[in-house]
Design a protein around this ligand. Structure first.
Ligand code: NDP
Length: 246
């Protein structure tokens, strides 16, 4: 029987690539999406040649604690243990701290950081009981180095790293590894929409002088999910072309 992977924000730029890599690696993927974007999620699925066994679309608002608890309990009953959880959903609301509203702060903390509680908590006990499970959190280079105009995002992404280490300590004896990936600037539609001259200046700061391909982030997920990574836990794997070395 295939191992089961659940990914949040599965139809986003990076999420889509991770979903594809998980399918290619033989996982059954529970591809969760923001419920308000149901039409886009269905269109995204139709654009792929996945069978129902390979990918199941599942609505999940990662900001809603009660909804996550209820709907993930139902999912566990239907699917059995989730072997690999990829916490990928995230948003930005960039502006300088002086201009930042409480709403911009709270939206980013809720979606990027509180979501780790909302999605991981309902699944964690089952993962511990089952053993040999993986939790992979998609953080960011900007959580490691701090980024101008992103106090909310840098705080949330750095918070993810603290969560990763603390939960790694709790999961270790049960064989549940918890790791983070910190991508650098990645060639998703969101980043590619940046004005060409601004994008050129971003690339000029990257030692490799190019963006990451989404498939390069997905490859790191596949490695951390694999049996070969069974002894790696509490780590942050940077995939950033040398932009920040820690
Ligand atoms: P996208 O905006 O393409 O994807 C984000 C996904 O998260 C979308 O599918 C979005 O759904 C979903 N999402 C947003 N809010 C919620 C919610 N409340 N509940 C459930 N799903 C939600 O961004 P990327 O693919 O670029 O980013 C993926 C991850 O990688 C994020 O965590 C991001 O912070 C991180 N990252 C990205 C980098 C980059 O350069 N692109 C660099 C470093 C880290 P919908 O579209 O329907 O709103």
């Amino acid at each position: 029987m295939s191992k089961i992977a659940l990914i949040t924000g599965a139809n986003g730029g990076i999420g889509s690539s991770i979903t594809n890599a998980l399918v290619e690696a033989g996982y059954r993927v529970i591809a969760t999406y923001y419920p308000n974007g149901e039409a886009e999620a269905k269109e995204w699925l139709e654009g792929h040649d996945y069978s129902e066994e390979q990918v199941r679309l599942y609505p999940l608002d990662v900001t809603d604690t009660a909804h996550c608890e209820e709907s993930l309990a139902t999912l566990l009953q239907e699917e059995g243990n989730i072997d690999v959880l990829v916490n990928n959903a995230g948003i930005t609301r960039d502006t300088t701290f002086k201009r930042m509203t409480a709403e911009q702060w709270n939206d980013v903390i809720t979606t990027n950081l509180n979501s780790l509680f909302n999605v991981t908590h309902p699944l964690f006990a089952s993962m511990c009981d089952h053993g040999n499970s993986r939790i992979i959190n998609i953080s960011s280079v900007n959580g490691l180095k701090g980024q101008f105009g992103q106090t909310n995002y840098s705080a949330a992404k750095a918070g993810m790293l603290g969560f990763t280490k603390a939960l790694a300590a709790e999961g270790a004896r049960s064989g549940v590894t918890v790791n983070a990936i910190a991508p650098g600037y990645t060639g998703t539609p969101m980043v590619e929409a940046i004005k060409p001259e601004v994008l050129d200046s971003i690339k000029a700061e990257i030692p490799m002088r190019r963006l990451a391909a989404p498939s390069e982030i997905a490859a790191a997920v596949i490695f951390l999910a694999s049996d070969a990574a069974a002894y790696i836990t509490g780590e942050t794997l940077s995939v950033n072309g040398g932009l920040y070395m820690h």
